[in-house]
Design a protein around this ligand. Structure first.
Ligand code: FE
Ligand code: FE
Length: 287
């Protein structure tokens, strides 16, 4: 089965995973966009199937292999704006009249951060945070691009959504990977811990040399709901992680709760963001 085969890509659109996360973690005082507890919701089954594949296939060895593969940066060089345009080519079954494009989501996140008066690197982080989803266009299956991330090589937390599905992961039969700290050391710091592979880690690898550490944490851990929302895996973190996770938590609402706030004017905003990108990044990045 090829990685792009429909059976490997059950989600109608990558946004279905995000809608599910938003329903799981609704904004304070807000009603979630779609009710995933509703058994008649067809998206509910595709999301479940997506998590089944994710939890089955994200093994410790798979993660190490993907990190090695993508550290080669074997794809054509692109500017940040070219990567945004490229990501927007991702065609799926979402409804263009209702659903935001990937580019609109990025601009909306950045604009909400800007409107709150945050520093320019924070705004820039909002603009780029999902560019790693171009992995889909490189032929990676959905379950290796999106999904809540979690540490591999150690016991699965019961705070991970659908954690019972890990029974089908070959790592669940490897005793060394099923102790509390697994292949790691208590308090070793997340930089020494491998998380399930996806758009977070990939974009972190691409952009790390150019961004302040707070931004690196936001990018690298924004999908790690088991840690930043559920407080799991505390024993793998060090004090520096705990300090930096304040920024990951600061970022999360802009990612999760800005989707309903009107369409950004892509053309009008372009010059502002072109300048901002130029302040931090070289003309082209290695992908
Ligand atoms: Fe994301
Ligand atoms: Fe996002």
């Amino acid at each position: 089965m090829s990685d792009t085969a429909p059976a490997n890509n059950p989600l109608r659109s990558l946004d279905d995973w995000e809608d599910f996360v938003e329903a799981r973690y609704p904004a304070p005082g807000q009603k979630a966009k779609e009710d995933y507890r509703n058994y008649d919701n067809p998206a509910r089954d595709t999301v479940r199937e997506f998590y089944r594949l994710n939890h089955r296939h994200q093994t410790y060895d798979f993660v190490l292999q993907k990190k090695e593969e993508f550290l080669g940066f074997n794809h054509p060089k692109m500017t940040v704006l070219e990567a945004m345009d490229y990501l927007n080519k991702l065609v799926d079954d979402s409804d263009p009249d209702i659903d935001l494009s990937q580019k609109e989501h990025l601009l909306q996140t950045a604009e909400a951060i800007r409107a709150d008066g945050h520093e320019d690197w924070f705004v820039l982080t909002g603009l780029i945070h999902d560019l790693g989803k171009i992995l889909c266009l490189f032929g990676e299956p959905q379950w290796a691009v999106v999904g809540d991330t979690f540490p591999v090589g150690c016991a699965y937390s019961d705070k991970i959504v659908f954690h019972e599905m890990f029974a089908a992961n070959p790592d669940s039969q490897v005793p060394a990977y099923q102790t509390k700290v697994g292949v790691y050391k208590e308090g070793c710091g997340l930089n020494h811990v491998d998380l399930s592979w996806g758009h977070d880690e990939y974009l972190y690898m691409v952009t790390k040399p150019y961004l302040p550490e707070e931004a690196q944490y936001m990018i690298r851990y924004h999908s790690c709901y088991p840690i930043h929302r559920e407080g799991a895996y505390e024993y793998l973190m060090d004090d520096h992680d705990r300090e930096m996770f304040a920024w990951v938590r600061e970022f999360n609402p802009y990612d999760l709760y800005t989707k309903s706030s009107g369409r950004p004017d892509v053309v009008a905003l372009r010059p502002f963001y072109e300048d901002l990108i130029g302040e931090y990044f070289p003309k082209e990045l290695n992908w």
